[in-house]
Design a protein around this ligand. Structure first.
Ligand code: NAD
Ligand code: UDP
Length: 341
């Protein structure tokens, strides 16, 4: 299949590229590298020994997208490109709506012009907002609590309406839970700019000595040990879900929202303990106040993914931490600045 991948140089995109290329798909990446490095693509080429086309372009530029899609003529699109920091989305909501919503509309219009009718979209469990019940299933009300989550919910709605209006269209909205870990080679991984917002990259940077200690945001939640509980999913399992989703989109029309998680909650303290096993030394932490907006627990109902995609996770928390540690310890400062490595 010919697959057009927006945001393919990013964390989840790069891991998905490895599997797309290994499976023999032809790939065109469209990325403006605002939160990634071309070095990630160089490493994907090295890992797979296969080539891919890379276009330095911005999804806010409708003409550039239209040209790229017309030239490549894809069978399917995987749409990772987007801004993803909740805190930043509070400070600059318009930038988030422009990239995540208008960018998605530009992409769908370019797909129409190129007669491409299949899209797999990176959505997030954050669209659910406060849990009314757990596990979250796909029928749980969508009620995001921050601008980032609202852009994802809005983009989902735009894609669903497009799928309804477009004959033979197929859209898969993948609602990711908490992606972590890295490719087992340690050559590609998560490379956040500045201070990491998320738990796992923060823990990784403490483990490698880049930061002194972790702040655990609250230990008085109603969970096993009082710390927040999340559904961490290995990025390699998540990448495999995208291959399953493009396969599904090729055989089924319509629009489906599908959770991508393990179905298991892991607390902050459990994750820290797993990371200590992986890196072989203690991770310093202190308990800090709760982070505003955090919920006690979040984990996925996974039966819809199993039923429609014939996909389920295979890798456990020890594999998540071991692969993260390999990437972090071998690349303590992330990707090098240059275009090639
Ligand atoms: P990432 O930042 O590593 O990757 C996003 C990629 O999109 C980057 O390569 C970035 O340069 C590119 N991009 C951003 N704006 C662009 C624009 N205007 N034009 C072209 N390219 C642009 O993030 P990720 O963790 O790989 O996330 C991928 C997608 O999954 C995002 O849409 C994100 O919202 C979603 N998601 C991520 C998580 C997570 O925890 N990582 C959870 C749920 C959903
Ligand atoms: N967390 C923490 N310290 C940090 C970052 C996160 O204790 O430096 C906690 C956070 O309160 C939550 C869990 O780790 O309980 C996962 O947070 P993350 O930001 O990674 O994911 P999200 O909250 O978006 O699910």
């Amino acid at each position: 299949m010919k697959v057009f991948v927006t945001g393919g140089a990013g964390y989840i995109g790069s891991h998905t590229l490895v599997q797309l290329l290994a499976a023999g798909h032809e790939v065109c990446v469209f990325d403006n590298y605002c939160n990634s490095s071309p070095a990630a693509l160089a490493r994907v080429r090295q890992l797979t020994n296969r080539d891919l086309t890379a276009i330095d372009g911005d999804i806010r530029d409708a003409d550039a997208l239209t040209r790229a899609l017309a030239d490549f003529a894809p069978d399917a699109v995987i749409h990772f490109a987007g801004l993803k920091a909740v805190g930043e989305s509070n400070a600059m909501p318009l930038a988030y709506y422009q990239t995540n919503v208008t960018g998605t509309m530009n992409l769908l219009a370019a797909m129409d012009a190129a007669e491409c009718r299949r899209i797999v979209f990176s959505s997030s469990a954050t669209v659910y907002g406060e849990a009314r019940y757990l596990p979250f299933d796909e029928d749980h009300p969508v009620a995001p609590t921050n601008p980032y989550g609202r852009t994802k919910a809005m983009a989902e709605g735009v894609i669903a309406d497009w799928a309804t209006a477009t004959p033979a269209a197929s859209a898969v909205l993948l609602r990711y839970f908490n992606p972590v870990g890295a490719h087992e080679s340690g050559r590609i991984g998560e490379d956040p700019q500045g201070i990491p917002n998320n738990l796992m990259p923060f823990v990784a940077q403490v483990a490698v000595g880049r930061r002194d200690k972790l702040a655990i945001f609250g230990d008085d939640y109603e969970t096993r040990d009082g710390t927040g509980e999340r559904d961490y999913i290995h990025v390699v399992d998540l990448a495999a879900a995208h291959l399953a989703a493009i396969g599904y989109a090729a055989r089924a029309e319509g629009c489906q929202a599908i959770n991508v998680g393990t179905g298991q909650g892991i607390t902050v303290k459990e994750l820290v303990a797993a990371y200590e096993r992986a890196c072989g030394h203690p991770i310093a932490y202190e308990v800090a106040p709760r982070r505003p907006g955090d919920v006690a627990s979040s984990y996925a109902a996974t039966d819809k993914a199993e039923r429609l995609l014939q996909w389920r996770t295979a890798l456990d928390v020890d594999a998540m931490c071991a692969s993260s540690w390999r990437w972090q310890s071998e690349n303590p400062d992330g990707y090098p600045g240059g275009a090639e490595d």
